[in-house]
Design a protein around this ligand. Structure first.
Ligand SMILES: *Cc1c(COP(=O)(O)O)cnc(C)c1O
Length: 430
């Protein structure tokens, strides 16, 4: 016999505090979570019935809106056919079709699709591909190159290549060897390239991982594709495996299917998750060019990529991803993306000269503004801003003194107006 623990607490927020340990949370400072009971389109509803516009697509996942009917229908159909199967030794229609459909829209050098289940594992696999590529070829390369202030996830390899912060600080001494370069600007690119040329002579750099065009967690830092191409070309000429972390930027965010569509030099490896499954189910993909796959293709079993996750290529997640790709390529979604890009550009001209705004930037549907005040990433002013947004029914998550928008593509003009008005209102309270 067993007894069931009974609770006298009433709402989700109170019940939550009994047993749940939340991600990215110092519970002593932030004990209360908001209970969300429903989401539809660009709107979230809390347990008191209050609604919020999801200005960041729930961490860039729900790109086509929450609980999208087309995605629900496709996932439901798949649920009745095949739910889960081991992906070593077996295959299935949703995975095969997803590989076919994805290859059609990925940069032309991408040939192979490796499945996992979250953004960190996608980058972890990219890192392993880069390291084992050289191992398999018998060359001793153990150093990874990354951009300063990048973010690639919370597992050990991913943490190693991320910029140091509260996320990964306590684990620094356990990291893989990493060297960092600044994101390129027309001013610093010459210096970076000459440093790299000297550094590459040691022949110990295995791979380079980078967020193409936009560094999300670094508060939406943006940089130009022309300079990125110069770095990629130099590294590829030296057989350094280039790994584009498109976990945030993929699937339309930057105005093209992938941010990597914009630089002329294409990555060897690409990491995808977040909007891949339209926010419906967790899944990730690491794609690569033929050269990577060939370095693992051998009579020697030990040269294979021995990496698996229980839910690799889960059929339901594949069905969600396929439905998402259909939406992404629909005329309606292309028009929506275009509409949001233009709308942000108009908002930018209206806001950029405001006395409380230091700087603005935009890449595709991502818009960011830096406030002309200094504040800590998780400080009081940041909390005051967050509370103001929520009180006004808009979910935005300021990063330090940066306010950014990455709303679902189906966000209407009226809803965008409300987000902009709320940001303008927030400038009055700081
Ligand atoms: C979110 C994110 C990750 C990590 O993805 P998880 O699914 O949260 O593990 C990695 N890289 C980038 C660029 C991201 O935005």
């Amino acid at each position: 016999m067993y007894s069931i623990k009974r609770t006298s607490l009433k709402n989700l927020s109170e019940r939550d505090q009994k047993h749940i340990w939340h991600p990215l949370t110092q519970h002593k400072l932030h004990p209360k979570m908001l209970g969300i009971v429903k989401a539809k389109g660009a709107v979230l509803y809390d347990e008191a019935g209050k609604s919020y516009l999801d200005g960041i697509s729930s961490w860039y996942t729900s790109a086509y809106g929450h609980c999208n009917d087309h995605i629900i229908e496709k996932v439901y159909g798949q649920m009745q056919q095949l739910d889960q199967i081991v992906f070593s030794g077996f295959t299935h229609e949703p995975a095969v079709r997803l590989s076919e459909e994805l290859i059609k829209i990925l940069p032309e050098n991408q040939e192979k699709i490796f499945f996992s289940d979250n953004g960190s594992t996608a980058t972890e696999i990219g890192i392993k591909m880069a390291l084992q590529y050289h191992f398999n070829k018998g060359s001793k390369r153990h150093v990874l190159l990354a951009f300063e202030n990048g973010f690639h996830g919370d597992t050990f390899g991913a943490m190693s290549v991320s910029g140091l912060s509260v996320y990964n600080g306590p684990f620094e001494e356990f990291f893989i060897d990493v060297e960092r370069i600044p994101i390129p600007t027309p001013e610093n690119i010459g210096e970076t390239l000459s440093w790299l040329k000297k550094r590459l002579a040691k022949q110990d750099i295995a791979g380079f991982i980078y967020e193409p065009l936009v560094q999300g967690a670094a508060a939406m830092q943006m940089y130009a594709s022309a300079e990125l191409s110069k770095i990629l070309a130099l590294l590829q000429a030296n057989d350094v495996i280039t790994v584009a972390d498109e976990v945030m930027t993929g699937f339309g965010k930057t105005g093209t299917f992938f941010a990597s569509d914009q630089p002329t030099v294409k990555p060897d490896v690409m990491c995808m998750s977040k909007a891949l499954t339209a926010g419906m189910l967790p899944m990730a993909i690491t794609s690569c060019c033929q050269k990577i796959f060939d370095a693992f293709y051998s009579d020697d079993i030990g040269k294979g990529l021995f990496h698996a996750h229980t839910y690799s290529a889960n059929p339901l997640a594949c069905a969600a991803a396929l439905a998402g790709l259909e939406l992404l390529q629909s005329k309606e979604m292309k028009e929506n993306i275009d509409r949001i890009i233009k709308s942000h550009t108009r908002f930018d001209s209206a806001i950029k000269n405001h006395s409380k705004v230091a700087k603005t930037r935009q890449c595709g549907i991502i818009f960011a503004l830096d406030l002309a005040v200094e504040m800590a990433r998780y400080g009081n002013l940041r909390d005051k801003l967050f509370d103001y947004f929520m009180k006004n029914g808009v979910f935005l998550r300021p990063l330090g003194n940066t306010i950014y928008i990455s709303a679902p593509y189906i966000t209407t003009d009226e809803q965008l107006r409300k987000i902009y008005d709320t940001i303008e209102g927030a400038l009055e309270i700081i």
